[in-house]
Design a protein around this ligand. Structure first.
Ligand code: AMP
Length: 627
């Protein structure tokens, strides 16, 4: 039988190499793109998600088009991140392992440039690079691109998102006019279109699935919870999926760190990946995740770019992305290479509109799911445990010498009793923790209220339209906004905390870029302005003033700067933090135990288990509802 890759026109030495990698059949993108690219005579635009087999789609044809007798760079592949750069270079090295003389170099920042220069000097046909480091090397006149016949722009939308437009222009200007450009992108915003228009001549365009459509193997679900319950909801989802291997996305580095720290304290096997970590720390975290010695990777969008880990079962949007398009990139971390996966959004009722927008972009409907009850979790965990016990590999030689003593210990118990006790060992902790667990799902009533609030914030009712404040409210200017990673909820908490006012007094919040407007009941505005003294955020003095009046600033109020209350609660109230919980390993699968869980600590809402189970809420619930 003819190998399907041979049928597409790939030569035997490359076919043998991909066979060794376990590629039996081409993926849809490979099937469509390989014959076109093998012609080598056209520019090309491929609209495709990550994880679809893009690298081989362009990598295999490149290997057929390159003259490996020459040691001059003939192909340049530009991509947004170091991780992706290494991944692509590695894949192409594997594909070309049977091609004598083939040489691929990875050029990326944060690594020793001398080594990269040396490899280039030694002769190389394929250069895989991130734009910044590539420009640096071009600036040193250390590379000659006059023989480059093919330029691949991989994840073009991400490169533009990351601000590489200028760098790409400069790099492309050093390559020959008549080279062919192959562009791959998961989305096609106008900026990417512009690249296609400016740098390509009648490109052949292939769309895998419909435009901007997400991977068909991904199920999209959303859960509606109160903002203060988001963290508890996250844990419940994880507990309900004992074998989860997932990426949790947060909006800011700080949130990422916070969620990871809470999960770790609660006994989960998690870690954070964000831009404040050194390259070495990031590599370490990624290594642990790749090796699956960690179950949950908590990441920002930027840090997660280029993560190429197969078998991710879930992507969890702890916070929805600001840029709706980023959702496609996030969810593309699961269901790679033909597998299936689930992308989950934990939202509050005001965010339903965003879900509808995402649905339009991905061309797929979300399923509204209900958070499992405590009982559901216990049942799921119990049978997870039973399956693990059933499937555990027994080391006969080692255990044999203990068997007679073990049997003695159990001599007074029947087989049924022994089973019951083993099952209870793990199960009891979940049972104890979840027996009073509240229903985290938001009621239809609350949802309706939230949607009304969302419409009001979008100004759909128009009652507070224009620039003026609503009657009885003062419109205040504040010099922080979305560029500081504030959401409306964050800003509400920030203003209330520092102004020492109740959230009930706050009306419309108009979040802008570097500044915002907050409407506060006139009677309370004075209190707020009097208390809001010497407030700093990220080392910057924060000013609040009645819109149109001069700035106020003054003496210390004794509070720490940057107190964002970002999870919908006053973080200073977190108090004692984790208060116990059994963090022993659950054995068997080596996964984390979940001793602490929701009840064992003060969660982001600042409420203890006792307070929550008694249904009591701390003050400012109105404020939290808004956030
Ligand atoms: P990519 O989109 O190129 O990052 O590929 C995603 C994953 O799919 C990688 O782990 C590849 O090794 C794998 N892959 C690519 N093509 C095939 C194929 N034809 N058969 C099986 N796995 C593949």
């Amino acid at each position: 039988m003819i190998n399907p890759f041979s049928k597409l026109g790939i030569s035997d030495d490359v076919v043998n190499a991909v066979k060794e990698l376990g590629f039996e059949n081409p993926t849809p993108i490979q099937e469509q793109a390989i014959p076109v690219l093998l012609e080598g005579s056209n520019d090309f635009v491929g609209l495709a998600q990550t994880g679809t087999g893009k690298t081989a789609a362009f990598g295999l044809p490149l290997l057929e088009l390159i003259d490996f007798k020459s040691n001059k760079p003939q192909a340049l592949i530009l991509c947004p991140t170091r991780e992706l750069c290494l991944q692509i270079a590695n894949d192409i090295k594997n594909f070309s392992k049977n091609k004598p003389g083939a040489s691929v170099v990875a050029v990326y920042g944060g690594a020793n440039i001398m080594q990269q220069l040396r490899e280039i000097r030694n002769g190389v046909q394929i250069v895989v690079a991130t734009p910044g480091r590539m420009l640096d090397i071009i600036g040193r006149k250390a590379i000659d691109f006059s023989n480059v016949n093919y330029v691949v722009l991989d994840e073009a939308d991400e490169m533009l998102n990351m601000g590489f437009q200028e760098d790409i222009n400069d790099i492309l200007s050093t390559t020959p006019e008549d080279k062919k450009t192959w562009l791959f992108s998961a989305t096609m915003p106008p900026e990417v279109r512009r690249i296609a228009k400016n740098y390509m001549e009648n490109p052949i365009e292939l769309t895998m699935g419909t435009k901007n459509t997400g991977n068909a193997n991904i199920e999209h679900e959303y859960y509606v919870v109160r903002a203060r319950d988001k963290y508890a909801a996250l844990k419940r989802i994880v507990d309900y999926n004992p074998d989860i291997f997932g990426v949790v996305f947060c909006k800011t580095k700080m949130d990422t760190q916070d969620v990871a720290e809470h999960l770790i304290k609660d006994g989960y096997n998690a870690d954070a990946l964000h831009g404040d970590l050194s390259q070495q720390q990031r590599d370490k975290v990624m290594k642990r995740f790749r090796e699956r010695s960690m179950q949950l990777l908590i990441a920002t969008d930027v840090a997660a770019r280029g993560i190429d880990v197969n078998d991710v079962t879930h992507v969890i949007n702890f916070a929805l992305p600001d840029e709706i398009e980023s959702y496609t990139h996030r969810s593309g971390r699961t269901a790679r290479a033909g597998k299936t996966g689930t992308s989950i959004c934990i939202i509050n009722s005001k965010e339903l509109g965003k879900i509808r927008q995402i649905e339009k972009i991905i061309g797929k409907k979300f399923t509204k799911a209900d958070l499992p009850t405590g009982f559901d979790v216990c049942e799921k965990q119990l049978f997870g445990l039973i399956h693990r016990v059933h499937n555990v590999e027994v080391n006969e030689e080692q255990i044999d010498k203990y068997m007679s003593r073990i049997n003695d210990e159990f001599a007074d118990l029947s087989k049924e009793e022994v089973i019951k006790k083993f099952a209870s060992l793990e199960f009891n902790r979940f049972l104890e923790y979840y027996q009073n667990a509240p229903d985290l799902n938001i009621s239809a009533d609350e949802r309706e209220r939230g949607e009304r609030g969302e419409r009001r914030e979008r100004g759909e009712r128009g009652e507070r339209g224009g620039r003026g404040a609503e009657a009885g409210y003062a419109r205040l200017f504040i010099n922080v906004g979305s560029v500081d990673d504030f959401t409306r909820g964050d800003l509400l908490s920030f203003v209330c905390n520092h102004g020492r006012i109740s959230g009930k007094a706050v009306g419309k919040i108009d979040l802008k870029g570097v500044f915002s407007f907050v409407e506060v009941e006139s009677a309370t505005a004075e209190t707020l302005l009097a208390n809001f003294k010497d407030v700093q955020y990220n080392g910057r003095e924060v000013r609040i003033e009645v819109s149109g009046e001069p700035a106020r600033s003054g003496s210390r109020d004794g509070r720490r700067s940057g107190d964002r209350g970002g999870f919908g609660g006053d973080r200073r109230r977190e108090g004692g933090g984790y208060r116990g919980g059994d963090r022993r390993s659950s054995g068997g699968s080596g996964r984390r135990s979940n001793g602490g869980s929701e009840g064992g600590f003060r969660d982001f809402s600042g409420r203890s288990r006792e307070e929550r189970s008694s249904g009591r809420r701390e003050g400012g619930s109105d404020r939290r509802r808004r956030s």
